[in-house]
Design a protein around this ligand. Structure first.
Ligand SMILES: C[S@@+](CC[C@H](N)C(=O)[O-])C[C@H]1O[C@@H](n2cnc3c(N)ncnc32)[C@H](O)[C@@H]1O
Length: 197
């Protein structure tokens, strides 16, 4: 089995076990990964990835030039975490919940070099209860520089973060590229702290 098939099977197996949490049947396409990476702020060096899965976005981040030691990848599923760890030995891949990101980033020493420039998320935020969504997004913005970006893709027609949650956290949103070549087609969204004044 080649690497692409191994990734496909790894994600598909986890999707059979827990479709809501896994949120994707197959890994993101190269086109979607490229569209996510294209939204990184200029000069980005440090990135956190939430919900690494089998590493479709991790691979694109590394190919874009993000160094392994400037990347922190979080994955909740043990089997997918092991898969990521084996596939990207030079990257800090942590088994954990995105809700606990600040503690994990602190404990692993990631934040010692400063906050992240961007957070790339493959989480299925849209289908999460508002409370969980709020906890994850708030945790993410605690680890971002003040003008950093939270970049998220979604399969649905609406924005992945609920309006009430975005308003409560003071976020502004921009709809990015729609990618047809993905299963299913997906849209990229970019969230930032709203500027005051
Ligand atoms: C839609 S898949 C995306 C996988 C990969 N990033 C991609 O684009 O192909 C979502 C991933 O998020 C993980 N996940 C779900 N909830 C999580 C959480 N609270 N914290 C960290 N990872 C989570 C799932 O196990 C799954 O691997």
């Amino acid at each position: 089995m080649n690497a692409a098939h191994a990734s496909w099977w790894a994600l598909f197996r986890q999707w059979l076990r827990n479709p809501l949490r896994t949120a994707a049947v197959v890994p993101s396409s190269r086109e979607l990964a490229a569209a996510m990476v294209a939204e990184l702020p200029p000069g980005t060096a440090r990135v956190i990835e939430l919900g690494g899965g089998t590493g479709a976005l991790t691979r694109a981040l590394l190919a874009h030039g993000v160094h392994g030691d400037a990347l922190l990848v979080l994955e909740l599923n043990e089997e997918l975490h092991a898969h990521l760890h084996a596939r990207f030995p030079a990257v800090r891949v942590e088994l954990g919940d995105a809700r606990d990101l600040p503690g994990i980033a602190e404990r692993t020493g990631y934040l010692a070099a400063g906050p992240a420039d961007a957070i790339i998320s493959g989480l299925g935020l849209l289908t999460m209860p508002a409370e969980l969504q709020r906890a994850i997004v708030a945790a993410a913005f605690q680890c971002l520089r003040p003008d950093g970006r939270f970049i998220q893709f979604t399969y649905g027609p609406q924005a992945p973060i609920g309006d009430a949650v975005a308003a409560e956290l003071g976020l502004q949103v921009r709809r990015g590229t729609f990618i047809l070549r993905n299963v299913p087609p997906a849209t990229v969204y970019v969230y930032e702290q709203a500027r005051r004044g």
